[in-house]
Design a protein around this ligand. Structure first.
Ligand code: HEC
Length: 368
């Protein structure tokens, strides 16, 4: 946590280990409390490696040059034993001109850090200066270049990112999906995006990113955290109430649970995942208008009055019938040769029924 009350006004990053017993955090052990922090560039992702060591990202605290300074803990990925002591196989352990905690350096503000299951390759996600957001493979002792190189720049002895994103996506937590509920996501690198407002999906093939797709773009706003639950569903948190960029909506911020919506052989696209909001203990279903915004608006428009990709459903004559059963049939089976997807399986029968009623009500209202 960045504490501005700690020792006067200067912000610090503090890392504390607790034990979790009977819903209570006990036995605090301060691992570090002397790392410069800043409102923006404080890094702060914590991850245990397959080697049982604790890896911690730190930001440059808005003093870029600290990232190249091996006597500073900023702009680094640090590595500790779980009791806060320093493992002797850290790359600078025997170097008197460097901090022994350092694993890698030259980072700007890494907020995602994750080991790939199976290969144990370590990946990070980082915020770049203006665009230039990065995904890197993190290797012991390497220099990731900030502020000397950034974007696609290259320099001897420094690492150019595996992927770079301009304009900015605002990458936060990264994870590999390990559950069994979304087979199409298995083994792919997922990155929660704040500025990009969605989840970036990156399939890998021997350490190369082979394509990219963004799920839930502009659906829930800024996404900060992302995790696979023991139930195999994906949980994520929004971050719309924090300064500058967020546009909070009613109920923000939220923890959302993603689960597949019905069909046993569902193809994974952003349009075919159903999101189920978890507000404390009582789950809230997606409303019909949220479903329409998520599944239909991209082609039929926010008001369903048509775009060049989909028909006007409100004020035009419907080619495929305007009675409820005809509309249900069209939504269920699609008009595949014209680009209207079949929603059978991706949207439940109950929800298709509700969407049809919604369209009919809007058509009636428009006639008045
Ligand atoms: C990928 C684009 C796309 C998406 C997404 C999409 N549609 Fe369509 N839809 C179309 C196109 C194109 C047509 C026109 C088909 C034709 O010309 O016969 C259409 C036609 C329809 C029709 C029949 C219109 C008529 O004239 O009879 C209905 C009803 C409809 N869509 C409902 C929906 C609903 C509800 C959703 C969301 C669940 C949705 N569509 C999502 C592209 C889309």
């Amino acid at each position: 946590m960045a504490n501005d009350y700690w020792q006067g006004t200067k912000m610090r990053l503090q890392i504390v280990r607790y034990e979790f017993r009977n819903d209570t955090l006990i036995k605090p052990l301060v691992i570090r409390d002397d790392i410069h922090a800043n409102q923006n560039h404080t890094g702060c992702r914590l991850v245990f490696g397959p080697d049982k060591k604790l890896y911690i990202t730190t930001g440059d605290a808005d003093e870029a040059i600290l990232a190249q300074d091996l006597k500073a803990l900023n702009g680094k990925i640090l590595r500790f034993n779980d009791d806060g002591t320093i493992p002797p196989d850290n790359p600078f352990f025997n170097n008197d001109t460097a901090r022994k905690e350092i694993w890698t350096y030259g980072h700007r503000n890494p907020q995602g850090l994750v080991f790939e299951p199976g290969t144990n390759t370590l990946f990070d996600s980082e915020h770049g200066p203006t665009g230039g957001d990065e995904i890197n493979i993190v290797k012991k002792g390497m220099n990731y270049g900030w502020p000397i190189i950034h974007h696609q720049l290259a320099k001897e002895g420094m690492v150019t990112p595996l992927a770079e994103f301009t304009p900015s996506i605002g990458p936060s937590e990264a994870m590999f999906y390990k559950g069994d509920k979304f087979s199409q996501l298995k083994g792919k690198l997922l990155v929660a995006c704040m500025r990009g407002e969605g989840i970036l999906v990156l399939p890998l093939n021997s350490d190369k990113i082979v394509s990219q797709e963004i799920l839930f773009k502009k659906t829930f706003g800024r996404i900060r955290s992302l995790i696979t639950g023991p139930d195999g569903y994906i949980y994520m948190s929004t971050t719309n109430v924090d300064p500058a960029e967020g546009k909070p909506r009613p109920g923000d911020d939220m923890i959302l649970r993603l689960r597949p919506s019905g069909s046993s052989n569902l193809m994974l696209t952003s349009q075919k995942i159903d999101a189920n909001m978890v507000a404390q203990t009582s789950p809230v279903k997606m409303t019909t208008s949220m479903l329409i915004q998520q599944m239909c608006a991209s082609c039929h428009g926010n008001d369903l009055k048509g775009t060049d990709k989909g028909a006007n459903l409100i004020t035009a004559t419907l080619k495929h019938g305007s009675d409820k059963q005809s509309i249900i049939n069209t939504i269920t089976n699609g008009v595949l040769d014209k680009g209207m997807p079949a929603w059978n399986g991706a949207i439940s029968k109950v929800d298709i029924d509700k969407i049809a009623s919604y369209i009919i009500a809007k058509r009636k209202a428009a006639k008045r």
